[in-house]
Design a protein around this ligand. Sequence first.
Ligand code: ADP
Ligand code: MG
Length: 723
Amino acid sequence: MAYVGLGQTSASILGTAAWLILIFVLHPAAYGRLSWLFSVAMLSSSVFTFGLGVVMATSYPEERNEALPGTVVALVWLFAIAGGGVTAGLLALVAETPPDEAFFTGALVFSLSVFSIHFHVLLGRKRYEAYMWGWIGARASALLLPLLLYRALGSVPPMLLGLSASYLLFGITSLGELRHGFNLQSLRGKVAFSAKAWLSGLCGVSLNYLDKILIGLFFPLQVLAVYQFSYRVFLLLTVLPNTLFFYLLPEKSSGNESRSAERVGVGLSFVLAAAAYILAPWIASRVFPGYREGIDTIRLMGLAVVPMTVAKVKSSDLLSKRRADCVLAANLFAAGAGVFGVLFVFVNDFGLRGLASAMTLVQVALVCVLFAFPRFLRGEPRSGRGAALAGLALFSLVAAAFFRTAMPIVRIEEEGAVVQGTLFAMDTVVNVRIRMDDEVKGRALLRESFREIERIERLMSAEDEGAEIYALNANAGSWTPLSPETISLLKRAKEYGELTLGAFDVTVKPLVDFWMEEVKRRGRAPEREELSRFLELVHHRDLEIDERNGRARLLKKGMGVTLGGIAKGYAIDRVCGFLLERGVEGGLVEIGGEMRVFGSKTWRIGIADPRAEGKMIGVIPLRDAAVATSGDYRRYHLLGSERIHHIIDPRTGATAKGIISATVVTKDSLSADALSTAVFVLGIEQGLALLERIGAAGVFVDSERRVSVSSEWSARFWRIPDE
Ligand code: ADP
Ligand code: MG
């Protein structure tokens, strides 16, 4: 038995180590993807083994029927092939997984099933030492092989291949059992038992993996990555309840009372939960800086170790009294509660913290049912009161911790049939107004709009360590896996690079940083040669996009992408699209002065005077269109009398001069945003020519404060006379 314990313990330590190491290696999006596909494979494999392994492990020692191992192995191999095929097919056809990922996930289902039947055969034959080494070998290989393949080939499918090869390697010897022949008779009378074992096995696996599968389906992959990370930290804590369980089960089965061990165990679980709570910020920000969002998640999940320990104590109690049905029922209930929890969190947009709370609450529910159910069966429901009270107390604790951390900082107010709200995001003020009679629905839509903006910010920020663009920059020189959304925005940005003959350039980040930070710090203008060093690092053509494989790279180290000139426009378009989709008739979305209006109303939009706070140089009518202004007056510092601002001419490396404010009107916000930045760089003449060429309208103010208006548009633009 020591071998079995050792095998299990080393397997779970190696497994946890693998997932924690991967955090250092993989981008959060890839990490989330991998853990999603792995969870799908695990669940699918336990569906397709139909409890046959447990039949082998329990029946063979009694019967010694040599036909049994041969038969179950043959069946499981067949089911494994079918299961792999079905999983791959469903992934590709229903979940729109790319073919290679779907195929390798199918292969993983197959290998996991093969491995599972192999170790059950070993258990049945009481070859405990081989069992232990099998687990250690498979897990060690599953740790190393994917990492090596990732280094060599750099994406998710090869890692799946590595996992699959590892489990197959350590499971393939099960084929040797086939020489004992195949005889379906050997399974006679075991079908019901097999079905029971299958169901309870599925419950266990569901509790471990179903949450991740659902999260991967309903939330962005980054959310899953942080969740998976926190969950792995939590698993480290669960070594306690599990060890306790394996100690208590045989003790109690042989009739020993072990109250003191139970008390110590439960007491320790409180210590662990407290330690996780206190250490979470340190773990998440020092050891895994990309996962800072995980702090609250770890804290909330850490609380789960208390109910989990209690549940294990109670389960060992019930099992030793042969009340396995109660344990199964409780687990079924908990799995159901888990599914409900994830969906509830999704529908109400409670996000990561909600997910973590749900996971803890599921453990609380499990404990309550474990205590209440047997008593209920015995017809003494009142004695469950203590358990119910304890459950309620923990429930309130988790709920309080959740609501303390999950309250959004949003101000929403209504005036008549207009619902409006503001938010601070993307380093500026976001403003959304919608026409909506139903106030409750309006508020919900606003909240969703804000969440969408925050989501885009988390994806596209160059400063936020969890962002994809941050990862792209940090990896300059090599490939970075990116979501299709980021890829398509980068592609649009590159198109504007071509369209504006390089005036708009997403790779301008090194120069922006240099001017806005280094030059400001030094307080003197840089030499020309210093700029030319930077110019080598700035060219949008050196941003390579490999759309097929979902990745991109910056060719040279030191390069960097900033979406500052385009991301706000993109976010506005997304929110407008979302609101229109939801049937909103009209509204306005504004982020830091860039805005888009939709619906039949004509809005009058004032254009700020770049040199007089609060004054306007004019008003433009805007209907179902977008407007963006780039200026030197909102973000700048002074160098002597020179304004150093954040728009750079990528051709000279200096901050753009000539224009002090450029406003562009187009149908959509993304092009207005990109074009206003580009025109600011190009100057009046070239800027006007560009707008004319593509049929957009604009108004510019030059450094002498002269106003120029594009010809297509001059009739619609009028100046406000100076007061
Ligand atoms: P704002 O952010 O004030 O609305 P813009 O839309 O013009 O102004 O965007 C300015 C941002 O665009 C800068 O902070 C920088 O990140 C980025 N940027 C600066 N120069 C360029 C350029 N030539 N091409 C593309 N992006 C640029
Ligand atoms: Mg812009």
